[in-house]
Design a protein around this ligand. Structure first.
Ligand code: F6P
Length: 342
């Protein structure tokens, strides 16, 4: 068999380790050959390939990003999209089966394609850790490490100036990175999309810390929203709080906290730093195991499934059970963290 491998959606530390795991097990144990599909589904639609063999993947497990490139192309859109066209392109470039490494959107597209008869196995990818069917996704541990180190660093400058620091981390729909990095770094408030809060509550936490002569640290996930319509107390205003948006929440919170509490406040947005650079050792191991499991699934012809971590075991779950449901932070996990707020 000639197996195509693609990475799709936002990049994530560990993608290259998945590719390496699949290629090394596929060539050494199963005697299969590989081809790299470039730039996610765009490569499948347009037939963009690159060589992929034991030599190409040498030393890759510690390399960030993806050697295959990625995109957010939808394989159902455009004149060459749709299952028949995609199958025709795969036939033309000599791909018998596909490993698709990606998040919710990628896996949903893979499900629709396998429903139409294409031979695809998935590997879940998201630094946000929001895919329900897997206990942890690779990239999350790395992102939490990076965010934790950043918050630790921000704390020393905050303490020196007795300022409140608002640190924004990734997390479009869920607050896993904020929860874990915030707990690890001892944040005084953690704000996540699953738990809208009022400005009054946030300022109470900040004030309590400032009253003890400490520098308040607020960690906020980019998808957080307030639970009330608010009136602006800061010059910047709160308009953007009350309408859908993504990112920049720390820049709005910091002046508002300062205006209401009188505690000098600054915002730090970590952004794509959390997705760049080398994966943690945990993510390298997880990625390698998932890549190896994906090639095993291909050999067993388990089309329409993805590999997943359950406890310490790598298992196989149908796409149907994997897409369409987000893994949000449960109430008890937030309540546990909130004991330490303020
Ligand atoms: O889904 C992963 C993620 O990193 C989100 O946390 C973030 O909102 C988004 O991707 C950013 O996407 P982009 O790199 O396309 O700006």
């Amino acid at each position: 068999m000639r197996i195509g491998v693609l990475t799709s959606g936002g990049d994530c530390p560990g993608l290259n380790a998945v590719i390496r795991g699949a290629v090394l097990k596929g060539t050494k144990i199963h005697n299969q050959s590989f081809v790299g599909i470039r730039d996610g589904w765009r490569g499948v639609v347009e037939g963009l390939t690159m060589p992929l063999d034991r030599h190409t993947v040498r030393g890759l497990s510690k390399q960030g990003g993806t050697i295959l490139g990625t995109s957010r192309t939808n394989p159902f859109e455009g004149p060459h999209g749709g299952p028949e066209n995609v199958q025709a392109t795969l036939d033309r470039i000599g791909v018998d089966a596909l490993i698709a490494i990606g998040g919710e959107g990628t896996l949903a597209a893979a499900k629709r394609l396998t429903d139409a008869g294409l031979k695809i196995v998935g590997v879940p990818k998201t630094i946000d850790n929001d895919l329900d069917a897997t206990d942890y996704s690779f990239g999350f541990d790395t992102a939490v490490e990076i965010a934790t180190e950043a918050i630790d660093r921000v704390r020393t400058t905050a303490e020196s100036h007795k300022r409140c620091m608002v640190v924004e981390v990734m997390g479009r729909h869920v607050g896993w990175i904020a929860l874990h990095a915030g707990m690890a770094a001892g944040a005084h408030a953690i704000l996540i999309p699953e738990q809208p809060q009022s400005m009054e509550q946030i300022c109470e936490w900040v004030q309590n810390v400032a009253d003890r002569g400490r520098a308040p640290i607020v960690v906020v996930a980019e998808g957080f929203t307030l639970n009330t319509m608010e009136t602006a107390h800061s010059e910047k205003g709160l308009d953007a709080f009350n309408r859908p948006r993504l990112g920049g929440i720390a820049d709005m919170l910091a002046p508002e906290i300062e205006a209401r509490t009188g505690v000098e406040s600054r915002a730090t947005v970590l952004g794509h730093l959390q997705r760049g650079g080398v994966p943690s050792a945990y993510d390298r191991v997880l990625s390698t195991r998932l890549g190896m499991a994906a090639i095993d699934s291909i050999m067993r012809e388990e089309w329409g499934t993805m590999v997943a971590l359950r406890g310490t075991e790598v298992v196989n779950v149908p796409f149907a059970d994997a897409v369409g449901r987000l893994k949000t932070v449960p109430q008890d996990r937030y309540d546990e963290a909130a004991i330490l707020f303020g």
